[in-house]
Design a binder for this molecule. Structure first.
Ligand code: ADP
Ligand code: MG
Length: 298
């Protein structure tokens, strides 16, 4: 017997490196008329590196001690930024203390007890908000400098006092620009960027990828709200993401696709399809396969 078009499209998608979880999903992929992309780990390689270690004066912190305590707190996290911090500390030969009472807040950062101190690492806008202005100002100045350089800056707090800032930079995927253009052509609308990162880093990356519509500083729920808004306006939104922070948006979308290699378990479970071969161009390919299969079905 000849295979029904949607089933052979699924098999084809698999050969191109995308696991599509059902025939219904295979059918829906080609219906998308809007695309929302995550930044870190999706448009970027997701292998960011620490490029600046800046202890704040008067805090008794050195570059090595700052990096070591941040890395200890980040160790349990699966976030790409956490891996960057841990790698940087290990490259400097740091022995990492064990983190106790670890918790992470998607889109914000992590907090844990390290050597008897509460160490928080995360988003400057969110963490500095809870610090008195006089203590926040020196940290904010360094954050501004690093963000102007196109870095993602994360602040480190010890017992609620800012002690340093880390600058982290990630490369754009080499097929990001091509993928954005293909998705625009296939869906008839320009893809947009939804990110928890700061507006400067987001804007710079978006410009490189050919994206003009950027929403930055979003929490996971904000990403989902943006998707729901468009769905309620009658659009069929395709969301592409990788992180725990993308799970609500992936769930709210008409179809959600997760990047498999560095993707979090929650994203992979929530998504309707998973990119196994670590290339973004596989996404427009499966959208096109879906459209071709649907032409044969209807
Ligand atoms: P994106 O939407 O680009 O994938 P996220 O929502 O994962 O980004 O993260 C948004 C911001 O939250 C980061 O830029 C960082 O400031 C902060 N953050 C989240 N998780 C961590 C972590 N494990 N360590 C440090 N900062 C973090
Ligand atoms: Mg991400």
């Amino acid at each position: 017997a000849t295979m029904p078009p949607l089933l052979s499209a699924m098999a084809n998608a698999g050969r191109h490196g995308v696991l599509v979880k059902s025939a219904v999903v295979m059918e829906r992929l080609g219906q998308a008329d809007r695309v929302a992309l995550d930044k870190t780990g999706t448009l970027t390689e997701g292998a960011p590196r620490v490029t600046a270690v800046r202890p704040l004066p008067g805090t008794g912190t050195t570059e090595d001690s700052l990096l070591a305590s941040a890395a200890a707190a980040e160790h349990p996290s699966e976030h790409p930024l956490a891996r960057a911090v841990v790698n940087a500390a290990q490259e400097r030969g740091a022995e990492l203390s064990t983190a106790e009472d670890f918790s992470s807040a998607p889109g914000t950062g992590v907090v844990a007890t390290v050597d008897g101190h509460r160490i928080a690492v995360g988003s400057p806008s969110r963490l500095l908000r809870e610090v008195p202005a006089s203590a926040a100002a020196p940290a904010a100045a360094v954050v501004g400098e690093l963000e102007d350089d196109g870095c993602t800056a994360v602040v480190v707090l010890r017992d609620e006092v800012p002690v340093g800032v880390l600058g982290i930079a990630d490369r754009i995927r080499r097929d990001a620009t091509e993928t954005v253009a293909s998705l625009a052509r296939l869906t008839g609308s320009s893809p947009m960027l939804l990110t928890g990162d700061n507006p400067r880093a987001a804007g710079r990356l978006a410009a490189e990828a050919g994206i003009t519509d950027v929403r930055a500083g979003l929490l996971p729920q904000d990403k989902a709200d943006a998707v729901r808004e468009w769905e309620q306006a009658g659009h069929k939104v395709l969301v592409l993401g990788d992180g725990v922070n993308d799970a609500p948006a992936l769930a709210a979308a008409h179809t959600g696709i997760a990047m498999g290699r560095a993707g979090s378990d929650l994203a992979l479970e929530t998504a309707d399809a998973v990119v196994i071969r670590d290339e973004l161009t596989t996404v427009p390919t499966v959208v096109a396969l879906s459209r071709a299969a649907r032409r044969l079905v209807v």
